[in-house]
Design a protein around this ligand. Structure first.
Ligand code: ATP
Length: 655
């Protein structure tokens, strides 16, 4: 069979992402009907002809992408209301799941917008408990979303096979689910279709949340959505209020409550044959705990709170794991036997062991627990065990650096009020590259001028720039933290946002990236931080404590002359390069000498290993071949390395 030529999808424009907000889409009574257990209830909605996935034909045996990559189609994996999923193997033998959507099923604008939104949101996510998005392409008949393969099916199949699941197992599941949802909410993403059938097992039996077909990014934490959507058994009461009430992150908390109940009791709490009856029960939170399926009182308490009618009475995602129920027996992992039967002796796991397992599971799910342990201890042991400085890749891939990128307008940064920037991501990258270009051009000009003039000129000292005096690369977990020589402390978080805590002030600045609005800088007080920022502030304090007690400064303190953020960093085997929002470039070399290029390439600063700092016109240093008095080893070579590194950034593609 001839291979189809697949092409990359058209890029989304930002307006498409939230367009669903004003449309009322019908409640999805046909999605994964088996979620509405038991079977009689499901049959009512099982109208085969309505399933768009039925339009999806088996893909060709070889799918070839435009950039010449071949994927060999393998077995059929499963089917939802919208897509069919097949195994795909690449040339190296790596197997993926290809969620395949027939183009015939995306004829109308709404379906197209939904698919593009799913792709855009899913692509932006990276978390150990979220199905990894690998690639996306299309051929004449299908759109393929290439995903990490989850060969052990979903929680729905597990429940079907097991009928009920034990409390220790559900505790473990809950932590992984909470980790994934916490990550989504921190990025202002609401999943809106959390259900057992959308939570898969990877080869190691870790849970992976998938299907972002109904996910939505909220423009701000206090905005609301009005589209009625979801899967009947999991819909929160405020969603049924539709246009009038609106809904937000709490719908996911509700769905977590439904899943917890379903796993422990064996069926969802509002289960009925008729969907209308389900909705009536949901609106009145009419459910009960069957006596013949006993569950612990602390489990009931958590379920009751999660299923609070008033969304504001539900625990936040950060509060769920503080419930008493999580103090019960906690396994070290999910074992494969769980797919078919209850593992023995889970109830016998000791308190001490359970506590260790709970903490480890939280850590693996990206959940930071400062109250459980001294943060400095956690960080120290993590850094020691992972040896990140030695073990991190010698250079960051373009993607890595791109993700670390932040863009602001430096002239606006000092204003003590909310400022919005309207730059999209690629414009922002271009702007950053423009700064590199100007600096590179000036350095090159000075270099030529220096070669032509033989006499030496007097070196006049200039003002020292703002420098990074300490840093911790913890981007494998939280982000990159740094302390400036004005004592401000910042963290460039892995979710692309930055928080800068100003020293000798109770103010802090958040640099947030938003899909539609571009970059925004928000100033707040540490005494009344917005809820979303609380956690990040804790992490900044966590780093601050670590850096203060473990790292020595590379330069002496300076008063704050301006507000400066780190906007991008690059690590190689020879140096780490910092690009700051004021256009400065700092290079920390392996031999502990640091050089900063500022004023668009006109000024150079040397910080010696013993912290003595000198700032001179670059022209003077180039003409003399080095700094006077305190000589920099291989000074001109270092300047060339810097110039070349800045040049590479200047000519880098914006996307
Ligand atoms: N990463 C994966 N690994 C293995 N199988 C998968 C994966 N993702 C999806 N599947 C299989 O494909 C089926 C359909 O996927 P998915 O639920 O994402 O599609 P959908 O049509 O959007 O579903 P829904 O009807 O819930 O909207 C799943 O039920 C599952 O059997």
């Amino acid at each position: 069979m001839s291979a189809f030529r697949a092409q990359p999808l058209q890029p989304l424009n930002s307006g498409q992402l939230n367009s669903r907000g004003t449309n009322i889409t019908p409640i999805k009574t046909v999605r994964r009907p088996t979620e509405n257990l038991p079977a009689e209830g499901a049959k009512q909605h099982k109208k085969k002809k309505e399933k768009l996935s039925a339009l999806c034909k088996t893909p060709p045996s070889i799918v070839r992408t435009r950039n010449g990559r071949d994927y060999r189609r393998g077995n059929f994996l499963g089917e939802g209301g919208f897509a069919r999923c097949f195994q795909m193997k690449d040339a190296s033998g790596q197997i993926y799941a290809a969620k395949t959507v027939a183009k015939a099923s995306i004829k109308n604008e709404k379906t197209k917008t939904k698919l593009l939104s799913e792709i855009k949101i899913h692509k932006s996510l990276k978390h150990p408990n979220i199905v990894n998005f690998v690639d996306c392409f299309e051929d004449d008949v299908n759109v393929y979303i290439l995903l990490e393969i989850c060969p052990n099916q979903s929680l729905m199949e597990l429940l079907k096979a097991r009928k009920r699941v034990s409390e220790p197992e559900v505790r473990f599941f809950m932590v992984q689910i909470v980790g994934a949802v916490k990550y989504l909410h921190s990025r202002r993403v609401i999943h809106r279709d959390l259900k057992l059938g959308n939570i898969f097992f990877d080869p190691d039996m870790n849970l992976k949340l998938g299907d972002f077909g109904l996910a939505s990014v909220l423009p701000s934490t206090d905005s609301r959505k009005y589209t009625i959507c979801g899967t009947p058994n999991y819909i929160a009461p405020e969603v049924l209020g539709g246009k009038h009430t609106g809904h937000s992150f709490e719908v996911d908390i509700w769905a977590i409550g439904i899943m917890m109940y379903a796993l422990l009791v064996g069926k969802p709490p509002f289960q009925a044959k008729d969907v209308e009856v389900i909705y009536e029960r949901i609106k009145k939170t009419e459910y009960y705990f069957p006596e013949d399926k006993p569950i612990s009182p602390s489990a009931k308490t958590l379920i009751q709170d999660l299923l609070s009618l008033n969304p504001l009475n539900r625990p936040t995602i950060d509060e769920i794991l503080n419930y008493e129920w999580f103090k019960g027996p906690f396994p070290d992992k999910t074992h494969e036997i769980s797919l078919s039967e209850t593992p023995v002796s889970l109830e016998q796991i000791s308190r001490a062991q359970s506590s260790i397992n709970f903490t480890n599971t939280k850590t693996n799910a990206g959940i930071y627990t400062p109250r459980n342990k001294d943060p400095v201890e956690i960080l120290r042991s993590d850094l020691q065990s992972e040896q990140p400085r030695a073990m991190l890749p010698t250079s960051l891939s373009p993607n890595d650096t791109r993700n670390k990128y932040q863009e602001v307008d430096p002239s606006q940064m000092g204003r003590p009020r909310r400022v919005n920037f309207s730059a999209n991501f690629s414009t922002a990258i271009k702007r950053l590259n423009q700064v590199c270009f100007e600096t590179y051009q000036n350095m090159r000009r000075l270099e030529y001028a220096g070669k032509e003039q033989s006499q030496t000129q007097e070196a006049v000292d200039c003002e020292n720039p703002t420098l990074i005096s300490k840093w911790v690369d913890y981007s494998n977990k939280y982000g990159f933290s740094y302390q400036l020589n004005n004592d401000d402390i910042g963290v460039l978080f892995n979710d692309d946002n930055t928080l800068l805590k100003l020293h000798n002030s109770d103010r802090f600045l958040e640099l947030l990236y938003h899909e539609n609005e571009g970059w925004a800088c928000v100033e707040n007080s540490t005494s009344h931080p917005p809820t979303q920022a609380k956690r990040q502030l804790e992490i900044v304090d966590f780093f601050a404590k670590y850096m203060n007690s473990n790292l020595s400064k590379v330069s002496e303190n300076e008063d704050r002359k301006e507000i400066v953020f780190l906007r991008r960093y690059t690590r190689t085997s020879d140096y780490i390069m910092f690009e700051m929002t004021n256009g400065n470039f700092q290079f920390n070399f392996k031999d502990h000498h640091k050089i900063c290029i500022s004023k668009s390439g006109m000024v150079i600063t040397h910080i010696s290993p013993n912290r003595s700092t000198r700032t001179l016109p670059l022209a003077a240093v180039l003409r003399q071949g080095n700094f006077p008095q305190e000589q920099v080893p291989s000074c001109l070579e270092k300047i060339t390395v810097i110039k070349e590194a800045i040049k590479r950034k200047a000519f880098k593609e914006a996307n």
